[in-house]
Design a protein around this ligand. Structure first.
Ligand SMILES: O=P(O)(O)OC[C@H]1O[C@](O)(COP(=O)(O)O)[C@@H](O)[C@@H]1O
Ligand SMILES: [Mn+2]
Length: 661
């Protein structure tokens, strides 16, 4: 433990004089008086890169709102929409506009007007940040010019001329598009200060990797892992069962490119094996879902091949999962040992005491006497695929990013964020899980899960691989006490092999029934050390079916579910294309988005996808940085600096005046 005296002496190294200490106190006080920065919550992105990118570019409608605040009455709606589209897609939109103009003069006029409007918009957007923060967000190439434009002082008339001169010079040097683009990116970046991603970046949609790439590109953000993210993290940590699930889902959604092209993992062992062993076309349940856009681009032969791969990896998955279930009676998943319940001769399976005909009774790799045994070929396939996952540099980089920015849950400015739930027993108490002979529940269970994810990844090298950790990572995907899954069982087998929909039911944890009960939210907020009067719980994971009247705001707004279905596959049930939540100095607003058509439509027709905004909570007084977590840290720093100042005054610590020279 470092003593206070030692700490002050260390601090004195950074602030060696009373004058410097005072300056920093004033600086911190000024920051704390700024309006609270805007937080942006999104979840369940499911690989929908274009839609996510659009929402980030328009700051969930914040760009347009700011445009209206400044230009209402000065610009027509058309002009405002055009300006917004320039901010979202600067290069494409400018090209398009300039192409439609006839003369040099017209083009110059367009550039000049756009530069001055976009500068005004940018200055307004950054007005709530310190100059140092804005400076750090400027692109190196245009930092100087943008700074000059943003912080111009219009009181001085000659400064106005100076500013116009800059714009003219930029245009004459043919650099206007670049400058507008650079300013647009600053607006996009600063219109929302901090992004919270409440899980499920991966699976179903085509480009989760590209979404992670944008997130890696400098946004201030945090991630609460979702069940699908954890599945990929498990695969990248060396869990064969997680990997089999990842490949199965990618095959099912006709997205194997993510494994092969995005992450450079060869699927050749699986293709060869599937073609070699699954020689008969008895595989109806394994036909991939093909999106309407892909229909024309996909050859029938390709579909046939993916179907077989899906079938082969599904059976491998069931076998690998069976091994884990057998190793862990405490997981209480004996009912998931489905391969034991099949009558391979009759072609039936008995689930919950009822016999069902199998939709597909073709198991060339299963020995009915020992159904969970992998064949030697299956073993080779698993080993080779796993090596691919462990050696994929890009995947490893992405998973390291998820680990460095992510957590199982987050408490932030009085709110509690997690993807799924805090699992409850039927009597409303926290559900427990024994891990290495210690029983965990509530917050302690989530902390333990996080610890396991990190340890599992650390020990991914073959020989030291931590199997108990990897088994638990898989458990997080589909175990009943998983805070990411939140259901009693995952019926993948039944969904594939049995027609009777009764068997497909996955019963949701009591948590979901209780979401409208404010008492549950209070109990959970308290468990995580938060004040139930102030905080909210923010979840993703379960698509909110607005279409049939479901409300994303639950328990009088204490619990907010923001999974509105970015995932195209779920939009028909939700009737929407996702929610985002904004929390700024005025309060919290929930934004619902209409389906995103295409980037081209957004650029050409200036289509925005926001539909409605509704207020969740309104601050009685505008919130400042002082009232946030950052404010609490800065307040402590001010207290420390004041102590240092007193130590300088009393002579307990001597100023280093030479440091000024
Ligand atoms: O829609 P699909 O591809 O059949 O997937 C259904 C499966 O996905 C899950 O809903 C989990 O994924 P989500 O986290 O997206 O809900 C399982 O509970 C279910 O078995
Ligand atoms: Mn989920």
């Amino acid at each position: 433990m470092i003593t206070k005296d030692k700490y002050l002496r260390l601090l004195a190294k950074e602030y060696p004089t009373a004058a410097k200490t005072v300056t920093e106190i004033i600086n911190l006080e000024a920051i704390m008086n700024l309006p609270k920065a805007t937080e942006h919550f999104i979840s369940d992105l499911h690989g929908e890169y274009d839609a996510v990118q659009h929402v980030l570019r328009n700051g969930s409608g914040n760009v347009k709102e700011k445009i209206r605040e400044i230009f209402q009455g000065r610009l027509s709606t058309r002009e405002m929409n055009q300006l917004a589209t320039i901010v979202y897609y600067p290069e494409e939109k400018i090209d398009m506009i300039v192409e439609g103009l006839d003369s040099e003069d017209e083009i110059n006029e367009f550039y000049s007007l756009t530069l001055s409007r976009i500068t005004e918009l940018c200055a307004f957007t950054v007005s709530k940040y310190t100059r140092s923060k804005v400076r750090k967000s400027l692109p190196a190439d245009y930092a100087y010019i943008i700074e000059e434009l943003l912080f111009k002082d219009t009181i001085l008339t000659n400064k106005e001329d100076y500013y116009e001169e800059i714009i003219k010079t930029v245009i004459s040097l043919d650099r206007a598009t670049e400058l507008i683009t650079a300013i647009s990116f600053v607006i996009q970046r600063l219109v929302v200060d901090h992004i919270h991603i409440v899980g499920d970046i991966y699976d179903r949609g085509p480009h989760p990797d590209k979404i992670i790439d944008i997130f890696m590109d400098g946004h201030e953000l945090d991630i609460q892992w979702g069940n699908h993210d954890v599945l990929w993290m498990g695969a990248a940590s060396g869990s064969a069962a997680c990997m089999a699930n990842v490949i199965r889902i990618s095959a099912r959604y006709n997205n194997l490119e993510i494994v092969e092209d995005a992450y450079g993992i060869s699927l050749r062992p699986l293709i060869t094996f599937a073609e070699m062993v699954y020689t008969e076309d008895r595989n109806e349940p394994f036909v991939p879902k093909i999106s309407p856009e892909d229909e024309e681009k996909t050859f029938p032969e390709e579909i046939r091949q993916i179907t077989k791969m899906n079938q082969a990896i599904s059976v491998i998955q069931f076998k690998l999962e069976g091994e884990i279930i057998q190793r862990h009676p405490e997981f209480d998943m004996a009912d998931r040992m489905v391969l034991n319940f099949i009558d391979y001769e009759k072609g039936t399976v008995t689930v919950d005491g009822k016999e069902h005909e199998l939709l597909c009774n073709y198991f060339p790799t299963i020995d009915p006497a020992d159904p969970y045994k992998l064949t030697s070929e299956e073993k080779v396939v698993v080993d080779r695929l796993l090596t691919g996952f462990l050696n994929s540099e890009r995947l490893q980089k992405h998973v390291q990013f998820l680990l460095s920015k992510g957590s199982m849950y987050l408490t932030y400015n009085d709110n509690l964020l997690y993807h799924g739930c805090v699992p409850l027993n039927p009597d409303g108490t926290f559900m427990e899980l024994p891990i290495a002979n210690i029983t965990y529940s509530g917050k302690a269970l989530l902390d333990k899960y996080e610890d396991i994810l990190r340890k599992g990844y650390l020990n991914r090298e073959n020989k030291k691989r931590n199997i108990p950790c990897l088994d638990l990572i898989w458990y997080l995907w589909e175990g009943k006490a998983s805070s990411l899954f939140g259901k009693d069982r995952m019926t993948t087998f039944e969904r594939l092999y049995i027609a009777d929909k009764e068997t497909h039911i996955e019963k949701k944890n009591l948590y979901y029934e209780q979401r409208n009960n404010p008492e549950m939210s209070h109990l959970i907020l308290k468990e995580f050390g938060l004040d139930p009067k102030k905080g909210h719980i923010i979840n993703g994971h379960t698509p909110v079916k607005e279409k049939i009247g479901e409300n994303p705001l639950k328990a009088d707004g204490k619990l907010i579910v923001i999974d509105g279905g970015f995932s195209k596959a779920y939009q028909s049930t939700t009737g929407l294309a996702g929610y985002t939540l904004l929390y700024n100095s005025f309060g919290m607003q929930l934004v619902s988005h209409q389906p995103f058509t295409s980037r081209q439509d957004a650029v050409e027709n200036e289509k925005d996808i926001i539909s409605t905004r509704r207020v969740v909570d309104k601050e009685l007084q505008r919130k400042t940085v002082r009232q946030t977590d950052v404010g609490r840290r800065l307040t402590q720093q001010v207290i420390d600096l004041q102590q240092l100042l007193r130590a300088y005054k009393s002579g307990d610590i001597v100023e280093n005046l030479a440091s000024d020279k």
